[in-house]
Ligand binder design. Structure first.
Ligand SMILES: Cc1cc2nc3c(=O)[nH]c(=O)nc-3n(C[C@H](O)[C@H](O)[C@H](O)COP(=O)(O)OP(=O)(O)OC[C@H]3O[C@@H](n4cnc5c(N)ncnc54)[C@H](O)[C@@H]3O)c2cc1C
Length: 405
């Protein structure tokens, strides 16, 4: 059995580790000449962290991760805290795995740290894909070919596997951009930022800030309508002055972080419509290729990590009938991931609403939750965080299934 994974992002790299754990031969084909993620943070919730721990990354994660104490939702103009919900250590006690903030490049480093040259081909852009009853074949931009028994399309938001094998999926533009960057931790500390996840909200825009790199860097991302031209790209640079103009009137703490950012990036915020299928014969999609979503619930990478575990285990358990194994994977995963995709789309409004009555109603809901939730976790968080990918595979995940969001 040989599995070809197209794309070495967080989803593809996790799938490789899960296959490795199952003793299944695989190769990852990555178009980039070197593995690098452009500076940005990731919130990693326990549903994803437990998978990363199963593939052997507990110690490394604890080194690179920053450990937030709470999630603070704050009015971006007045500074009033609207809602505070617990993170660590309560998340670990309640959901059985920690919550971390990580730098993407560092996460990718630990995911690929033990990879051999045979398992990862860089400079390997896949241009065409085909399959028959016996196997799969991909052609690369340099004309070479790879053959295998299974193909996993983990090639991100612009997936060539999705385009060629499934459905061309045009982006849905939200009209918003995400600005993002990193500043040294002393800048953040001097501005009063503690070890928390800060989510600021004001009419039309929001900003999320937290420490990464074991606390050695401070990450921020701001999302809202933009007047600069933004592409769906991780490497497009933005201007500090233009970003500051978008955040005019905001709290000085947030503006100072923007001003102090040395390398500011911007990305156009788009998502996709949910797909009806992710498996076709010997080919399956995972991660953003299957369900590119907006970042309001910080779950895109998390869902790709859940996918990776379930897919690797379905291949391991169903090796004698690959099409059936991939179909099982799809059926186990698609409803959940598509729901997260849609909830993330809906959450945009909560973060950016501008109507005064609506804002008052949202804040009243926050206050009610603050006063009444017994454990402090909103229902959506419980639904997301209590998912156990192994229990899903073995059909023993009634606990999560019983929750609704
Ligand atoms: C502003 C912002 C903030 C976010 N914050 C969070 C967060 O806090 N938590 C979270 O869980 N998620 C977050 N996300 C979402 C998360 O970044 C993505 O969901 C995640 O990176 C998807 O991983 P992936 O492996 O599916 O795709 P990618 O990371 O995009 O990887 C795809 C890989 O495939 C390669 N590739 C593409 N085409 C080819 C080809 N033809 N041949 C070979 N290789 C190819 C690419 O070079 C790339 O390396 C955020 C997203 C944004 C935009």
């Amino acid at each position: 059995m040989r599995v070809i994974i197209v794309g070495c992002g967080i989803g593809g790299a996790t799938a490789a580790l899960a296959l490795q754990k199952a003793g299944i031969e695989h190769v990852v084909l990555e178009q980039a000449a070197e593995l690098k993620e452009v500076g940005a943070g990731l919130q990693l919730s326990p549903n994803a962290v437990r998978v990363l721990e199963w593939v052997g990354l507990s110690d490394e994660l604890a080194k690179i991760g920053a450990v937030p104490q709470a999630h603070l939702f704050i009015d971006g103009l007045s500074g009033e805290t609207l809602l505070q919900t617990p993170l660590m250590p309560k998340v670990r006690d309640f959901f059985g795995a920690p919550y971390y903030h990580a730098h993407r490049a560092e996460l990718l480093d630990i995911l690929t740290g033990a990879t051999t040259e045979r398992q990862l081909r860089l400079n390997a852009e896949v241009t065409s894909i085909s399959q028959n009853a016996d196997g799969v074949r991909v052609t690369l931009a340099d004309g070479s070919e790879e053959h295998g028994d299974v193909l996993i399309g983990a090639d991100g938001v612009h997936s060539v596997v999705r385009e060629q094998v499934f459905k061309p999926d045009p982006p849905r533009n939200t009209g918003c951009a995400a600005w993002r960057g990193l500043v040294p931790p002393d800048v953040a500390r001097d501005l009063g930022f503690e070890r928390n996840a800060y989510a600021y909200m004001a009419p039309h825009r929001c900003a999320v800030l937290y420490y990464v790199s074991g606390g050695e860097m401070f990450n921020w991302v701001g999302i809202g309508p933009h007047s600069e031209n933004a592409r769906e790209s991780w490497s497009q640079r933005g201007s500090n002055d233009a970003a500051l103009a978008e955040y005019a009137g905001w709290l000085p703490q947030v503006r100072d972080i923007i001003a102090e950012t040395e390398n500011l990036f911007m990305t156009s915020m788009r998502d996709r419509e949910p797909l009806e299928k992710w498996a076709d014969g010997r080919i399956a999609l995972l991660g953003d290729a299957a369900h590119a979503m907006l970042p309001y619930h910080a779950q895109g990478a998390g869902q790709s990590i859940e996918d990776a575990w379930v897919l690797a285990r379905c291949i391991e358990m169903g090796a004698s009938d690959i099409p059936a194994a991939l179909l099982k994977y799809q059926n186990l995963r698609i409803e959940r991931a598509n729901k997260v995709q849609m909830q993330s789309r809906q959450a945009e409004h909560m973060f950016q609403m501008s109507d005064a009555d609506e804002i008052a109603q949202r804040n009243a809901r926050f206050a009610k939750h603050q006063d009444s939730a017994p454990d402090g976790f909103p229902i959506g968080q419980r639904w997301l965080y209590s998912y156990d990918a192994e229990k899903a595979v073995t059909g023993t995940d009634e606990e999560w299934q019983a929750l609704s969001w």
